[in-house]
Design a protein around this ligand. Structure first.
Ligand code: PAF
Length: 280
């Protein structure tokens, strides 16, 4: 695997490969890689000839400086994992390589800005679009892959690509789960053993909703889910929504694309999860 920390060197390397006709696929990450990320790399390998992974803990998308500080950064392990799945290129810049001081950024992402995650993490998606825009400009990928676990993030990035007419195709890849159902996340390492058990209420609830889903009972199902999560010890529900998968507004019986999304604090760790209930 080729490992770059500087934009210019990476761009030079990729320009040569592109000139030879390579299809560049790209998996941007914050690092602390788990099987979910590695499955993105493997799917990227099916779609192109050269897979680029970036590891960059982007400060502008963290609302809470403590969260940024404690975000895991096991770069040596990450490199080993990427080598094991034969990733071609790693881009691992530092903050000064990515940002000038006092840079300004604002992108109109419409209502996605203030719904669900947006309500709880103001400015988070501005930080995400800011860094993904920069990364797309550096890597110039043909295809970029993102996990379904950050469902709203995918919609926001798609909105950016459409608004700015960026020449990249986005692919959403399925959530990878632990054998007991917990969605894989770099934050799971912060869960204490008891929290780890309580956290299962998220995937269990989503599973139950999926099994018993009936578009005529959305309000009732939402109430049941909220009650189940709120009754779980150590779990503080932020939101549970059965939403239109395109707009994230509450779904109704006529909605063609329906997703259930959840966010909760388990112990001190904030987790998100979702499941598609109806696809168009
Ligand atoms: O989903 C993530 O890991 C991050 O939000 C991303 C897309 C790499 C931007 O920093």
């Amino acid at each position: 695997m080729e490992n770059f920390t500087k934009k210019a060197a990476l761009q030079q390397h990729l320009a040569k490969l592109k000139a030879d006709g390579a299809v560049i696929t790209f998996v941007p990450t914050l690092g602390a890689l788990h099987q979910g990320h590695l499955s993105l790399i493997q799917q990227a390998q099916q779609l192109g000839n050269v897979v680029v992974c970036s590891i960059f803990v982007n400060p502008t998308q963290f609302n809470d400086p403590k969260d940024l500080e404690k975000y895991p950064r096991p770069i040596r392990d990450d490199i080993k994992k990427l080598e094991q799945v034969n990733c071609d290129v790693l881009f691992n810049p530092d903050v000064t390589e990515m940002y000038a001081s006092n840079e300004k950024w604002h992108l109109d992402i419409g209502e996605l800005e203030g719904l669900l995650e947006g309500k709880f993490r103001p400015s988070h998606y501005q930080g995400v679009t800011q860094v993904v825009y920069k990364l797309f400009n550096i890597v110039k990928p043909d295809i970029a892959l993102f996990g379904q676990k950050d469902y709203q993030q995918f919609l926001v990035i798609q909105k950016m690509v459409d608004t700015l007419k960026l020449p990249v195709e986005l692919v959403m890849c399925p959530i990878v789960r632990e054998p007991d159902g917990l969605a894989m996340s770099s934050r799971n390492i912060h869960l204490l053993p008891a929290d780890r058990q309580h956290a299962l209420i998220l995937s269990k609830t989503l599973n139950k909703i999926k099994q018993g889903f009936n578009p005529d009972n959305i309000a009732q199902l939402k109430q049941q889910a909220e009650a189940a999560i709120s009754n779980e010890p150590g779990v503080e529900l932020a939101y549970f929504e059965i939403a239109d998968g395109d707009t994230l507004h509450p779904a109704n019986r006529n909605t063609k694309n329906i997703v259930a999304l959840i966010a909760a604090k388990v112990g001190k760790t904030r987790l998100i999860d979702n499941v598609v209930l109806v696809s168009p």
